[in-house]
Design a protein around this ligand. Structure first.
Ligand SMILES: Cc1ncc(COP(=O)(O)O)c(C=O)c1O
Length: 442
């Protein structure tokens, strides 16, 4: 067994691949390194818990998508929701990515790091007037409308302001394609809040085309997240292309792009990830010769494997015949295990070759659901030692909360052999700012 595998401490773990995906390695001294940098050193400097991202791994993942689709007219809009760290966004902007956003806050982030607004697409079922105004104001590349009422809101907005150019709209369709993943991250099946049902699409296309202040530029879908099979993408894309044919048959000739959303699944345990090439193989023939640009919105695939959450063991305890390792990270830092029952591999920051036993790794939050791993083989670590929770680069820090008045962890970027803090640890002063115990007197 390789040193890496031993250090993972569990036969189920696909250690070699998980380490490779992240850019992790264990030195002869047993110390875990990410992107060549000692995570023990990062912890000494930054404290615990802390998120750490590997810029090199993020670039590799983005390039894997770009090269798989190189033969097809395409554009990658990185899904900002998966990891919206400004430093991560800057890496992706410098690689030429566009951005998929879902809020005015995310719009602010992408403009702050200098994304060209023309390369930004705005999705989401509940855009407010203020968010739509901001998107129009910066001349965004596309607003993917998700309901007839959202189009009404846009009509109202353009009716009361001057707009010197047609606003570029897409229709996000609910293609009613089932995709196998956790129900909370299924987004393209019928009876779910996202997208416009197919039978409403032509009516909306007519309304958009009939208003000189709008141009219909794309038809979009997003089927769900952590998808491992290319077949639903192909089924959904066929439906979108059928709809584009129907729209064009109405004489509407402005559509430039078919947007298949994000959702490429990664390895958390022993899954076979969905490789971009598998996707390009099924999608290329569908769009060939149609003069359409393929839009992709990957998030998790780009950042998921490239980040770890570092935490410190506070206590060990034994109760009800079980062993618990209580750590200083919790569901407020990484909600995926308790929210989605997600598996995240956990390994020691400094491996010492100790025996392994099954434990629950739990946080300090007052919820029985506050766990990071259940019944997991882990080396016999002691209080004060550090653990790394793998595959925490996507839907990790962005989903953090302040429950139990806990402070959000700092974020660190490792790049080209160096590391730097991209977001400092929150303070109690940050948290209490704007609160008062006396709301009636100012
Ligand atoms: C519209 C849209 N695009 C892209 C994504 C990114 O998905 P993933 O991170 O699985 O690639 C999401 C995720 O929810 C989404 O809602």
């Amino acid at each position: 067994m390789s040193r890496a595998v031993m250090a993972m401490g569990g036969p189920a773990a696909n250690a070699r691949e998980l380490f490779r995906d992240a850019g992790l390695e264990r030195g002869p001294d047993g110390v875990l390194r990410l992107g060549g940098v000692s995570l023990a050193a990062v912890l000494r400097d930054v404290g615990s818990p802390a998120y750490v991202y590997n810029g090199g791994a993020i670039r590799e993942r983005y390039q894997a998508i770009a090269s798989a689709f190189a033969g097809i007219p395409h554009r990658v809009h990185y899904a900002v929701k998966s990891n919206s760290s400004l430093a991560v966004l800057k890496i992706l902007k410098d690689l030429g990515a566009g951005a998929d956003i879902v809020s005015g806050g995310e719009l602010r982030r992408v403009t702050r790091v200098g994304f060209d607004p023309k390369l930004v697409v705005f999705s989401g079922v509940g855009k407010t007037d203020a968010e739509l105004e901001a998107a129009i104001g910066c001349r965004i590349g596309g607003i993917n409308i998700e309901s007839a009422e959202e189009l009404t809101a846009l009509e109202r907005i353009v009716g009361r302001r001057s707009v010197e150019y047609p606003i570029r709209l897409g229709i996000r369709v609910n293609p009613d394609v089932a995709a196998e993943t956790h129900p909370y991250i299924t987004t393209g099946a019928g009876g779910i809040k996202f997208g416009v049902p197919t039978e409403q699409v032509l009516g909306l296309a007519r309304r958009i085309a009939g208003n000189p202040r709008f141009t219909l530029v794309s038809v979009a879908m997003h089927l769900g997240s952590q998808l491992l099979d290319p077949a639903p993408f192909a089924n959904g894309a066929k439906k979108l292309i059928g709809l584009i044919d129907d729209i064009q048959a109405l004489g509407i000739r402005s559509i430039e792009a078919v947007d298949v959303g994000g959702g490429l699944g990664i390895r958390y345990r022993n899954e076979t990830p969905l490789e971009p090439r598998q996707l390009s193989e099924v999608l290329a023939p569908l769009i060939a010769g149609r003069g359409l640009v393929l839009h992709l919105e990957p998030g998790r695939f780009v950042t998921g494997s490239a980040g770890v959450l570092l935490t410190t063991v506070l206590y060990r305890k034994r109760s009800g015949g079980k062993d618990f390792v209580v750590v200083d990270a919790s569901m407020t830092d990484l909600v995926r295990p308790s929210h989605y029952d997600a598996y995240h591999e956990i390994t020691e920051v400094v491996a010492r070759g100790r025996p392994v036993r099954n434990v629950d790794v739990v946080g300090p939050v007052c919820e029985t659901g506050d766990f990071l791993a259940l019944d997991r083989p882990l080396a016999d670590v002691e209080a004060g030692e550090h653990l790394a929770i793998l595959c925490a680069g996507a839907y990790g820090s962005v989903m953090a909360s302040n429950y139990n008045t806990r402070l959000r962890a700092p974020e660190v970027l490792i790049d080209r052999g160096r590391y730097g803090v991209t977001r400092v640890r929150e303070t109690l002063e940050d948290l209490l700012r704007g609160e008062t115990d006396d709301p009636f007197h100012r």
